[in-house]
Design a protein around this ligand. Structure first.
Ligand code: ADP
Ligand code: F6P
Length: 346
């Protein structure tokens, strides 16, 4: 990099000289819904970008409840030291039924105004974005940042936490394979994804699962599990991994699938629900970097006085969309990738 370029970046990122505290613009940040690895990296980016741009930044504790319970704290550059590698969220998170009521939203907006908070960055899933839209309508600019392990937000190709969760699931299924192989068994593994089969699809491909069951693709156990196992048995395979998305468990519990396989094929089967292990752990490089970029972008928007938008990844680039437009989008499941998985897992 040339000296001139380095000098320009140094000038551009030099912290703005803070005006008198009472004249400074104030913003806040909260995390809401299910936690996800990388949320801390996003909080850190919001706090440091805001302070760097000359703003005061407040942390709101336990999602929207923090606004209703007036549980906030001013953050400093050092408040977010040493959190980028931590799972969970230092701001805690919650699901607030109370906040769904218009009078609660009004109260939250009044509280923000009383503290001089003109904008809030909301890190969470699309439920949290509905809250962000409501708070914007009540007079406080909000920007959403997609944070959920499920990757189930239609407007964004990527949600903070997804990469770490997939890699955790991958490691767990690899371990399960060791024991399944040693016993010539079939292991049925449920991964998270309430409405979305993305973790199951990616993990299934990466672990060579014989079958992958997701809520987006219709299946029947005979055709899509039993026949696939039998076909691979004919070529000499003796152990099998079946990856099932949580969203399928409403109609097909993994324990019932295991029993069905035992009865139909006479092979031993074991079911494992990975559960919340997928939500924790130190975020991957990708989650830390995307969270940092998205947090920065959210603050840039608030700094320009813009609200009611969601920061998203589209075609691999970080950009932003109107919240309502974003919430109205329909998720598209990657059927081509699913087809590839079914073609090569034989
Ligand atoms: P996620 O953000 O992960 O999708 P939820 O759907 O549980 O998680 O939503 C998180 C929180 O967002 C809710 O507990 C509630 O406080 C707020 N929220 C969800 N839907 C709405 C809504 N329609 N209006 C206002 N707030 C909402
Ligand atoms: O939205 C992420 C997620 O992990 C879903 O996959 C899962 O259904 C849900 O959260 C579980 O949430 P909790 O146990 O916190 O209620």
């Amino acid at each position: 990099m040339s000296d001139i370029l380095l000098k320009t970046i140094a000038e551009e990122t030099k912290p703005k000289v803070a005006e008198k505290k009472d004249k400074q613009r104030s913003i806040a940040v909260l995390t809401s819904g299910g936690d996800a690895p990388g949320m801390n990296a996003a909080v850190r980016a919001v706090v440091r970008s805001g302070i760097n741009m000359g703003m005061r930044v407040f942390g709101i504790y336990r999602g929207y409840n923090g606004l209703l319970n007036e549980d906030i704290k001013e953050m400093t550059l050092r408040s977010v030291s040493d959190i980028i590698g931590n799972g969970g969220t230092m701001l805690y998170t919650a699901r607030s039924e109370e906040f769904k009521k218009p009078e609660a939203q009004k109260r939250a907006a009044e509280f923000c105004r009383s503290k001089g908070i003109s904008g809030v960055v909301v890190i969470g899933g699309d439920g949290s974005f509905q809250g962000a839209r409501a708070l914007t309508n009540a007079g406080v600019n909000c920007i959403g940042v997609p944070g959920t392990i499920d990757n189930d937000i239609a407007c964004s190709e990527y949600t903070v936490g997804y990469d770490t969760a997939m890699n955790t699931a991958l490691e767990m299924v690899d371990r399960i394979r060791d024991t399944a192989q040693s016993h010539d068994r079939c292991s049925i593994v449920e991964v998270m994804g309430r409405r979305c089969g993305d973790i199951a699809l990616q993990t299934g491909i990466a672990t060579g699962a014989t079958a992958i069951l997701v809520p987006e693709v219709e299946f029947n156990l005979e055709r899509d599990v039993i026949t696939r196992i039998v076909n691979t048995q004919k070529t000499g395979k003796k152990h099998f991994i079946i990856v099932v998305a949580e969203g399928v468990s409403k109609t097909h519990k993994v324990n019932d699938i295991a029993k069905y396989i035992e009865q139909r094929l006479g092979i031993e089967a074991r079911a494992t629900i990975l559960g919340h292990v997928q939500r924790g752990g130190s975020p991957s490089v990708r989650d830390r970097v995307v969270a940092s970029e998205m947090g920065y972008r959210a603050v840039e928007l608030l700094n320009k006085g813009i609200g009611n938008r969601v920061v998203v990844m589209r075609d691999g680039k970080i950009t932003d969309l109107d919240i309502t437009e974003a919430l109205n989008m329909k998720r598209v499941f990657d059927r081509d990738l699913y087809k590839i998985a079914m073609t090569i897992s034989i």
